[in-house]
Design a binder for this molecule. Structure first.
Ligand SMILES: Nc1ncnc2c1ncn2[C@@H]1O[C@H](COP(=O)(O)OP(=O)(O)O)[C@@H](O)[C@H]1O
Ligand SMILES: [Mg+2]
Length: 330
């Protein structure tokens, strides 16, 4: 199950992504946390030293494309593969690696090369830092494109988790990245700006059947809760208060999940229940993959590659658990 954390800068996306990934891992479940935010902080918040951070996927797009395209005859080269290029017969698909705590090896070169086991159990992957020029429609070399390629080739199911710490911005709307998730958590502080991002996201999401739940963060009073309720209504899933334990970590004191304020841990439990309550909709997933690829092809990718990229769509390929990671029917 894929989960995105989006919201305004400073709202707490990275903090809550990291807490949630640790919470899932603490239950012995496999979870890959992906840092796809402009400010790459997820590794740090997960307790990693700089030198232990994973290789940035965004700087190795060609290598990733080369592996994923396998011997799919519809993709002539890695250069003709753009971030929205869907898998087809012959493409290589990805399985989530086993929980890092099992000590079992990752199952494919992508996780082997780009995922590292973070302290406390989650796997960590990262796009690497990106600049303003990485954002926007005509973004052939987009770093977040690495995440989109990854998610488009991933065959995941219940009890397996991918947590993406991302921005709520132009690139994910333009490319369709925001439609790749089973549930999107919009982290919002109880402020006008916080709920402003919600309104914008909501509009995009509603048009594409994207499920959004609001996580109120740094909520300090009943008035804060009332403010969020007033502006996001029943989309408000849970409110997290200001955590002294999180602040302590920022002051250099690492913590165990058992140290968290009970209200924060129970909030994390609510997030997991919400994710587990979602049904995978592979039909929507497949349909939107094609839709956004065609849109990108017309908007810029045909021009950028000099090919008609509509021809990359394999009409016989059906997304879903019946496809094994080997790219053939189970
Ligand atoms: N629930 C919380 N309790 C205490 N501090 C928090 C909480 N959520 C976020 N913070 C702090 O707020 C700041 C911004 O959070 P961060 O997760 O980096 O936001 P974002 O990733 O959305 O930019 C950080 O200093 C973080 O430690
Ligand atoms: Mg962040």
């Amino acid at each position: 199950m894929r989960v995105a954390f989006v919201g305004k800068g400073g709202s707490g996306k990275t903090t809550v992504s990291a807490l949630f990934a640790r919470y899932v891992a603490s239950r012995g479940l496999p979870v890959v946390a992906i840092d796809a935010d402009i400010n790459q902080h997820l590794g740090m918040v997960l307790g990693m030293e700089d030198q232990a951070l994973p290789r940035p996927m965004g700087s190795h797009l060609t290598e990733i494309k080369e592996w994923l395209r396998g011997d799919n005859p519809r993709i002539s080269s890695a250069a003709a593969m753009v971030k929205t290029t869907p898998p087809g017969w012959g493409s290589r698909l990805l399985d989530l690696p086993p929980a890092a705590v099992t000590g079992l090896p990752t199952t494919d070169p992508i996780h082997e090369e780009f995922a590292v086991a973070a302290p406390y159990g989650p796997w960590l992957m990262a796009t690497g830092p990106f600049g303003e020029s990485d954002l926007g429609v005509a973004c052939y070399h987009s770093k977040v494109g690495a995440v989109e390629l990854y998610l488009n080739h991933l065959v995941d199911g219940p009890g397996q988790y991918v947590v993406v710490d991302m921005t709520a911005g132009a690139d994910s709307f333009a490319s369709g990245l925001f439609t790749r998730f089973d549930l999107t958590f919009l982290v919002a502080e109880p402020t006008r700006q916080g709920v402003g991002v919600y309104r914008q996201y909501r509009e995009y999401a509603a048009d594409y059947g994207v499920a959004v739940a609001v996580v109120g963060n740094k909520v300090q009073s009943p008035q804060d809760v009332a403010f969020l309720r007033e502006h996001v209504g029943s989309d408000l899933l849970v409110c997290l208060g200001h955590s002294g334990v999180v602040r302590g970590m920022e002051q250099g004191r690492p913590f165990g999940l058992e140290d968290l304020e009970p209200e924060v841990s129970s909030g994390l439990g609510t997030l997991l229940e919400a994710v587990d309550g979602r049904e995978k909709d592979w039909e929507r997933f497949g349909r939107q993959t094609v839709e956004f690829h065609l849109r990108n092809a017309r908007a810029w990718a045909n021009r950028a590659t000099g090919e008609d990229l509509a021809a990359q769509i394999d009409p016989d390929f059906v997304f879903g658990p019946q496809i094994t990671a080997a790219g053939s029917p189970a």
